[in-house]
Design a binder for this molecule. Sequence first.
Ligand code: ADP
Ligand code: MG
Length: 679
Amino acid sequence: MSRSGQAFLATLTRLGIGGVEDLLFELPLRYEDETRRVPIGALSGGQTSLVEATIELADIRYTPRRQLLCRVSDGTGFLNLRFFHFHEAQRGALQRGDRIRAFGTCRMGMGGPEFIHPRYQVFRAETLPPLRDRLTPVYTRRKGVGSKRIARLVETALELLRKGELELVDRLPREHLSGWIQSTLLDALEHIHAPPPGISPQDLSERLTPFRQRLALEELLAHAHSLRKIRSEWIRTRSFPLTIESGALDRFMTSLPWRLTAAQLRAWQEIARDLERPIPMLRLLQGDVGSGKTVLAALTAFVTVQNQGQAAVMAPTELLVNQHAKTFHEWLDPHGVPVRSLHARLTRKERREVLEELGSGLPCVVLGTQSLFQGDVAFPRLMSIIIDEQHRFGVEQRLNLADKGSLRPHQLIMTATPIPRTLAMSLYTGLDQSRIDELPPGRIPVATTVLPETRRSELVARLPSLCQTGQQVFWVCPRVEDTETGGGRAVETAWGELRAACPDLRLGMIHGRMDSRERQRIVEDFQAGGLDILVATTIIEVGVDIPRANVMVIDGAERLGLLQLHQLRGRVGRGTEGGQCLLIYGPLSPEARARLEVLRKTTDGFVIAERDLEIRGPGEIWGTRQSGGLSFRIADLFRDRELLTLIPETVQQMEAEHPEGVAPLIQRWLGTDLRYGQA
Ligand code: ADP
Ligand code: MG
């Protein structure tokens, strides 16, 4: 490696980026086209474009919010640039007669087309510098490093790789995949980070497909290899064969408020069989939202404690931990099974007490988020781990298992992400799988209605009478800021409006910037029936179960993907009354329209996942999503299903012919998240 290569790597390290691979395998979120200018007269609403014009005026206005308004023209029309957040100096720099280059999303306002918070540059000279000759990638900010900075780093990295001053090994066994690989790794990365101009956003996704697939294939291979390694290590270890005493189990089952469905029973039998064996269980449990996975976690925990063991239940959010804690107490307290939870509201002293109990080997169930299980927690009698809605395997390594010798706890991973069985099979070879393929009886499908924004006030006017009948309403706002264009209200705005419109209703609001205790208090209040409407950001997405809340309003539904909408909708209609889902939408792209249509027609998670793939919008090139236990950066189990069929054979070939490449491949894609092999 050359000196400049080394200097570059040192820069990355300083910024907290773990190397060239770490930098380059983080793909752009989307692209902006700054390669051509659009005449103002040709702008259309909703489109993002670059405009070159002359400044006519720049003024601070109060209409009604304080804002900086800059009016520009280019001979084909006038355009308003609006800024709600600005510095005084900014206005001074916008001088009448100067040239300006502005990049923004056009909205048709009262006074003609406008850009809200555009990116711009002012020029004194008549002739402007040339436009960019590549599409501009936009990256997710990482650890304080912004998109622009990342873009420059990526550019430098690609240049150094081209000159051979840095190295990136191509790890695909090309001889076996020749029909599939049409480019080198470097080519693929260059196309993806700096696509050539002249491609419309619609075509971009298609043009980048072979390059994307090139990377997706590597990623899928890396995952498959690592799962194999985990598995082979797994079956070499021993676990605690648990005894299932049928009398106690029956008593527990009959004490539940309902009987298990046939699907739940089937899944339980599969789990129970694993638990009785001296080999650690490694099972993935799939079931749509609301299918009733929690009780299987409880059964596993119950049996574990009956065997004098400790069971750890991990959930992704505090909200869920608290909800599970409530459910587990209800179900397990009557049977004398101790339930503990490591939530953020514990005082130091309380936490220490729980840790002491755990450390002393008290047979119990412990609930917490992943972070709460790190570091100082010891479980001398940990016999089973249940992971709810998490997207990572191998979590057991994070637990303090030092004293365990070679005995491994059983592991159950629960997920609502729908993956067709055949797909799951090719990737998770060797991983045991169960699924709950029916919903508890008596569920009436949630009635879904879509409403244009113009009918929002009508809906708001209906709220008081809805709530008088005892209904509770989730009002979810996907929009983050009021300054964004498009439909929906940001959470605080919606809350203010609803409060003004329904003064007699009890409203609560939760959002991510809030203290987690405060948030929890409000959710509990809602759960207990103390609130009529819970106005929230999408943080309530995962797993919250409030049977009395039967109405879900999504304010700005066009902003969310299908699976997200499906998850949200799954929050209601869990009681015996049919739920209602009301989707308020703003201006619709054709994809957004198609998405809402799908939701109106079906409640089947698998169908929705399929359709989601077919109707991704042009901006959604990567659109990676969580896929049942694995989270991918690039690959998508639905879109890349063809590639998946290549995986089992390719994995074997690599192991036979290029065994030395396996570990670096896993390292490249999965870093240290997944430990593989003991060595
Ligand atoms: P998920 O699979 O989304 O985690 P939950 O375990 O939260 O689903 O269950 C959803 C709701 O269904 C809960 O209110 C739960 O009490 C209820 N439930 C679970 N199993 C049954 C069943 N067999 N019969 C009736 N209701 C059930
Ligand atoms: Mg759940």
